[in-house]
Each structure stands twice: as C-alpha cells, then as structure tokens.
Design a protein around this ligand. Structure first.
Ligand code: HEM
Length: 500
C-alpha cells in the first residue's frame, strides 16, 4: 500500500514538475512576462473561455505597459503578446514568410470540414489563398449587387412587420446576412429572412459556439499535438458535416449537368476541381493537392460562417450605437436619403459614395472588433530589424481589442466617435493599431464583401426606420466569453420606429 501510494505521489510530483517546467521559458529568454500558476497558466479565462478573450488579454496588456511585447502561458504553453505596432507590422506583413501560419489546431484527416482557409497552414493554405482570392473582387461584387438588393427588399418587408416592436437586432441582421451569403456565394435561395429555422444557418450558429468539450480538446491538442487524430475537433456534428458535403455535391452536380455558370464562389471551386491538382500551373507549390468534394465543402463552410456571423455582428453593434446616439443616426439618415435620391435607387455606386456611413462602420469595427486577437505562428526563427529575436514555433497573439481601446492610439476609446475616421483624421491613425480585418497576406479574404453587406443592411433599415433604446437595452453592453467572435453576452434589444 505504502509503495503504491509512493508511486502515485511520485508520478503526480513528476507530472507537476514537468507541467510547470515551461513557466521559466520567458524568464530564461529575458522577455517580460505575465506569471503563471498551475495548472491554467497566466489566466484561467484563457482556457475556460468564461470571460471574453479581449478583456482577459487587455488586463495583461495594461499591466505590462509599455513593454513592446510580453510572454504569457496558456496552460503550460508559452505565447508571445505583441503590443508594439511596428513589431506587429513586421509580423503581419514585412516578415510574413516567417509568420505565415496560425497553427491554431493541428488538423487530422478525420475532421474534413476543418480543412478550410482559416485553419490550413503552409503550402496548402498558400495554394488555396491564391486560387480563392478572386472570389470577391470589386468587379464581382458589382455583378452580385442585384442579389444584395433582392435580399434587402425581403429584409425591409420583415422589418415592416416589426414596427414599434422591441427586436433582437442581431437575430434579424443574421437572417439577412445568411441569405446574402447563401445567394451570392452558393446560388442558394435560403429565404432565412422568412424561415429563420434554416438548417444551414443553425449549423453556422453552432459552428462558432465554444462548447465545453471542444475547449477541452483544443487545450489537450495544444499540449499534445500528436493526439489530434484521436481527438478530432468537431465544430459541428458528423451529421451536419455530411449534410454540408451532400448539399455542395448536389449544387456541383446540378451545375455541371445543366451547364449553369453563375460566376460565383462555387463556380470558382468547380473550376479548381476540374483542373485537377492545385499548384500544377507553374506556381511553385511543394506538394500539389487535389480539390476534393470534402475540401470544397470545407471552403464553403468557412465562407458561410465567416460570411454571415461577422457582418451581422458589426451591423447589430452599429445599430445599438446609433440607438444611443440619435445625433449620429440623424446625420447618417440624411446622407442615406440624399445619396439614394441622387442615384435614383440603392446602387453599388450609391453605397460607395456614402462617406459618413463608412466612418460609422469603421468606428463600430474599432469599438467592437469581430475578432479580439489575431494569431500567428513563427515558422522560421527570425531576428526582426527592430531587434527582437523570435524563435520557431512561438505562438504570437496580436491584441486587436486592446489596441482599439488604447487611449494612446484612440483618445477616449469608449466613446463612439465616427469622426476618428473622417478624411482629415483617418491619416493620423498609427499604422497597425486598427486591425478589424487583420493585415498582410493572411488578412480577411472577404473584407470587401463583408463591408458591403454590412452597409447594405444598415442602409436598408435606416431608409424606413429609426432605432431607439428601450428598457431592455443593455447599457453598457458586455461582451460574452462563449463565442469565438465578439458578441454581446445578452441579446441586443432595441426598438424599431417607422420614419414615415
Ligand atoms: C464584417 C465582416 C468581417 C470581419 C470583421 C472579418 C474579420 C476577419 C479577421 C479579423 C480575420 C483574420 C485576419 C488575420 O488573421 O489577419 C478574417 C479571416 C478570414 N475571413 Fe473574414 N471577416 C469578415 C467577413 C468575411 C466574409 C464575408 C468572408 C467570406 C465570405 C470571410 C472569410 C474569411 C476567411 C476565409 C478568413 C481566413 C483567411 C486566411 O487565413 O487566409 N470574412 N476575417
């Protein structure tokens, strides 16, 4: 009995010592760091996701000011938080070849739906990124614009039925953006606006929730990447994965059988599939790979969730702020009315001409960046020209939320002030302190599309309605910890008032 107890104690002691052995990592390298405690590391919230990641990193960001960068520990893994904009520029852009990967999850062959642009690393990411970049050029967006308008009309009819009601604005804008992305990228008429209980949308909503089991798996795989094939991380169930693969297969078959060409995202993927291997057209890819149906479905999945959730989130934060700032809302309504009158209707050109709208959306994206932290992995050790040495495999965190709320860069950061983005003021923003879409070759591929659908949604609503706060409006708004993106912890409730 004594021997058995001694062995167990000995093993536990060995495990503990081994676990905390990494906690001296940053000290040994002379990098300032946020101390760690067994077992969670620098802050339990980075593992448990109980608090919004932006808030947790921000506490450290403030405590370790003005260090240009500092170390933290997530469980026992050392990570580097970079707070200096010049170093951020090196990582995201100038020295991109050393920081190409995100390294967030180690993909196993079993979790096919996760093999998408956001998660892929290395040559596979590069090959796909080059091929998919033409998806949303401004020329293509212009051609797609009538589809935006058609969804906007249905959205407007839905809003008419809600006049003088208190509405969950994220729920409504989410229906609109789900229809826009379905019709523009996949040629699907989902009509989520009128039938919100749509399977594809529900899968998308589930896909960005951080569930307990998933958090646990992410933590384990970060520590022991070799287990990734035994513990595939499922953001959605196997049935939902099959549903998406079948759906994409059907669309592809229909198009090929009936020679339908829509010049959309699916067409681009079909062209890549029919070409055979990616990377066989003179580009120097190490390992050419095939565009399989599963790989196509994975790209569609990420375009769908990234396409609808992010933009509806920006729209709902924007409308919340407009409800609280009636003066800003009036000025925006005036611009919308005048520009649409001048152009005769809601056109692509009219939206591009709305300067104040652009300022309002930019300020919303500053105050509520959809992605609170960007992540990169150092793939080749490097000494930056700013003098810092970064070792291979170091995980880098760019604290977007903190930069956007740092009074050094944005005075009175809690104030909603679109003037920061006026023509005169925009140029004084310090480069790499404003990163709502990331930066560099790995920045958001859907930025233009996301901005356009966000703007069309806000314009559609304000053409006929005003928004006001009501007793159920949460002031101030608190961001919750249970979502991969920035989302209010409670529904955003505001009141819709008819303008005419
Ligand atoms: C307002 C809307 C949107 C916001 C705020 C947003 C934000 C972001 C951010 C911050 C990143 C990470 C960038 C980085 O690491 O540097 C990202 C990546 C990405 N976004 Fe968006 N996004 C939006 C809309 C969209 C749309 C509409 C799509 C597609 C239809 C999309 C698809 C993607 C993809 C595929 C990536 C990964 C890119 C890569 O790793 O190469 N996003 N987005």
């Amino acid at each position: 009995m004594f021997v058995a107890t001694a062995i167990v104690v000995g093993l536990l002691w060995f495990f503990y010592k081994n676990w905390v052995s990494t906690y001296s990592y940053w000290k040994k390298r002379g990098v300032p760091f946020y101390p760690a405690k067994f077992p969670y590391g620098s802050d339990p919230n980075l593992v448990k996701f109980k608090e919004y990641r932006g808030y947790t990193v921000d506490k450290m960001y403030r405590e370790l000011a003005p260090e240009p960068m500092f170390g933290i520990f997530v469980l026992r893994k050392p990570m580097l938080v970079v707070r200096d904009p010049e170093i951020i520029q090196h990582i995201l852009t100038k020295e991109f070849s050393h920081f190409r990967d995100r390294g967030i999850i180690k993909l196993s062959d079993k979790d096919v739906i996760n093999h998408h642009l956001f998660n892929l690393d290395g040559e596979r990411w590069r090959a796909l990124r080059i091929k998919l970049t033409p998806t949303f050029t401004s020329g293509r967006l212009k051609t797609m614009f009538p589809l935006f308008v058609s969804c906007a009309e249905s959205f407007s009819s839905l809003l008419l039925s809600k006049v003088d009601s208190k509405v969950d604005i994220k729920e409504l804008t989410g229906r609109f953006t789900a229809d826009v992305i379905s019709s523009c990228a996949f040629g699907l008429d989902t009509d989520v606006i009128n039938h919100p209980d749509n399977k594809l949308r529900n899968i998308g909503i589930e896909g960005i929730k951080l569930k307990f089991l998933m958090k646990l798996k992410i933590a384990i795989i970060r520590l022991l990447p070799g287990l990734s094939s035994l513990l595939p991380i499922r953001f959605i169930s196997v049935e939902d994965e099959d549903y998406i693969i079948k759906l994409i297969k059907n669309i592809v078959e229909q198009r090929e059988k009936n020679a339908i060409v829509r010049n959309d995202f699916i067409d681009l993927l079909i062209q890549l599939k029919n070409k055979g291997n990616l990377g066989d057209d003179g580009q120097e890819f190490e390992k050419p790979f095939e565009m399989t149906m599963e790989l196509m479905a994975a790209q569609c999945f990420v375009f769908f969730i990234a396409g609808f959730e992010t933009s509806s989130s920006v729209q709902s934060f924007c409308l919340y702020e407009l409800a609280l700032h009636q003066d800003i809302q009036s000025r925006l309504i005036k611009e919308i009315d005048e520009t649409i009158e001048k152009n005769g209707s809601l056109t692509y050109k009219a939206v591009q001409e709305m300067e104040y709208l652009d300022m309002v959306i930019s300020e919303t994206s500053r105050k509520y960046p959809t992605v609170p932290t960007l992540v990169r992995q150092c793939t080749k050790s490097v000494t930056l020209s700013t003098g810092q040495n970064i070792e291979k495999d170091t995980m880098i965190i760019i604290p977007v939320w903190s930069l956007h709320h740092d009074s050094q860069y944005f005075m009175d950061p809690d104030k909603f002030d679109p003037e920061r983005f006026s023509k005169e003021n925009r140029d004084s923003i310090v480069p790499y302190t404003y990163l709502p879409f990331g930066e560099g070759p790995r920045m958001c591929i859907g930025m233009r599309f996301g901005l356009l659908q966000t703007k069309v949604g806000v314009v559609t609503l304000l053409r006929k309605f005003r928004v006001e706060p009501c007793e159920e409006t949460n002031i101030p708004l608190v961001i919750g910890g249970n979502s991969a993106t920035t989302a209010s912890d409670k529904p955003i409730i505001i009141k819709l008032i008819a303008r005419y």
